[in-house]
Design a protein. Structure first.
Length: 467
């Protein structure tokens, strides 16, 4: 058997090895590095540096959010239902890596054209980035509940993955200002981070492996539950609905927080652009050891209770950004925020895996792509929320990128404080209420297993699924 055939025909049985767990976890580094760099700095780059009108950029970000959202359930459903000798997920990942990294780098390398030309460049390059990002990241995420099958396995397996992800966030949101503030500039930043992402994705392919399935039995179940019915079942599942609404709210708070930091540092704290690193770094530095702690917590109390604790810690901490007037004070608050951020990173996908297990017990199908796709569809609304809220607040306060810091209206500083602390505090409270209503309260969902009774009968009534 050739090396390529061996790679193609790999299948996982039993518990994954440490080496495979580590390689799979490495995929979170480039995914988070690109996502957080984009989320935290793209509006600042195009508005404050390139002088593209804020309303135009907000509109482009809305288009970006809509495209990304629509792609998620389409790609998820396609990867669930189309099987190859390479598996359902691995082909999407392998084919999407190079276009993804190239498009990410090009975002920061616009040509020297008018603001209208810059807007067109942004829309085209980000469209390619969106397609490739969904193909790679959604399918990588969909492998998580397949590779790791219990809450304990997922908590342990998610620990290196989220630590890799946090390191990616550190470089994407805290080290990025050091790169674009150096002689390398924005173009150099895009190239350096792009090459780094490519290297990590190539390593992570060693951990991308799927489990063997009974193709005949699965095909029969899929025929009995067409795509339209699958969507209906998904949105009738109360566990998923409460989960995804809470996830949307949390993603909105973090997207808003990260995008507001450059403005907060410059117009509220009076710091230099590179000081954004000092404010952001404590979040992720504290979160790295905290992830291990949350892994211990979820293995003992279950996903629901652990999520309630982590969201409460996050909400209280993020509201404290209303107070500081110095870089040092903001750093202290950021460290406290890191505790809650670690919990959300560790727990959200563990809880979604639990939802998917419950769905398999009811339908006899592993529909990771559908659930991660619909989840992606909903939570991509956080990009729209971020762009619209920032544009509205900056516009209402009289912010003008052509004015110096001292010449900005006094309302600008107040508005940016609200962006950093007030809005995230309220939204995190709403997320806590969603997770309070999450109905799966144990550690693990009893599984019917392959060929179990949930797959032998007709799919259960939607009314039952909504309980």
């Amino acid at each position: 058997m050739s090396a390529l055939a061996g790679l193609r025909d790999r299948r996982l049985t039993g518990v994954p090895s440490r080496a495979r767990t580590l390689a799979y976890g490495a995929s979170a580094f480039p995914a988070n590095l690109m996502a957080q760099t984009f989320s935290a700095f793209v509006v600042f780059f195009y508005v404050d540096h390139l002088r593209v009108p804020a309303g135009w950029v907000a509109g482009a970000m809305v288009a970006h959010g809509i495209l990304n959202a629509v792609l998620n359930p389409l790609v998820g459903a396609a990867s669930d239902r189309h099987r190859t000798r390479w598996g359902r997920r691995v082909p999407w990942i392998g084919l999407g890596i190079v276009p993804l990294v190239a498009a990410f780098s090009l975002v920061w390398m616009p040509p020297d054209v008018s603001p209208t030309g810059l807007l067109v460049w942004f829309l085209v390059v980000v469209a390619v980035y969106d397609v490739a990002y969904v193909a790679v990241v959604l399918n990588t995420s969909a492998l998580f509940p397949e590779i790791f099958r219990t809450t304990a396995e997922r908590a342990r397996g998610n620990t290196p993955r989220q630590i890799f992800g946090l390191v990616g966030m550190i470089l994407g949101t805290a080290a990025a200002p050091l790169l674009y503030g150096s002689p390398l500039g924005w173009v150099g930043m895009g190239l350096v981070l792009g090459v780094l992402c490519l290297a990590f994705y190539l390593w992570s392919l060693a951990g991308m492996v799927e489990r063997p399935v009974d193709e005949v039995a699965v095909a029969a179940r899929e025929a009995a539950l067409p795509l339209r019915e699958q969507l209906r079942y998904t949105f009738a599942n109360r566990a998923f609905v409460t989960y995804v609404l809470g996830s949307l709210l949390l993603q909105s708070t973090t997207a808003l927080l990260l995008a507001s930091v450059p403005f907060y540092v410059r117009y509220v704290l009076g710091g230099a652009e590179a000081d954004a690193t000092l404010v952001l770094a404590p979040i992720f530095v504290v979160a790295i050891p905290a992830i291990v702690g949350w892994s211990w917590v979820v293995r003992r109390v279950g996903p629901r209770r652990a999520l309630l604790w982590s969201v409460a810690a996050y909400g209280v901490a993020v509201g404290l950004f209303l107070v500081p007037g110095t870089i040092e004070g903001a750093m202290v608050v950021a460290g406290l925020v890191g505790i809650g951020v670690a919990g959300m990173m560790q727990l959200l996908e563990v809880a979604l895996g639990q939802v998917i297990d419950d769905d398999e017990r009811r339908t006899g199908l592993r529909r990771e792509g559908m659930y991660f796709g619909v989840n992606g569809f909903v939570v991509r609304g956080s990009v729209i929320v971020q762009a619209v809220v920032i544009a509205v607040v900056l516009g209402a306060t009289g912010y003008d990128p052509d004015l110096s810091v001292a010449a900005q209206p006094e309302a600008v500083a107040t508005g940016i404080r609200v962006l950093m602390g007030g809005v995230p505090l309220v939204v995190a409270g709403l997320a806590w209420l969603c997770f309070w209503g999450y109905p799966l309260r144990g550690l693990d969902v009893p599984s019917a297993g392959a060929g179990g009774e949930a797959g032998d009968d007709e799919p259960q009534d939607v009314e039952l699924l909504s309980r």
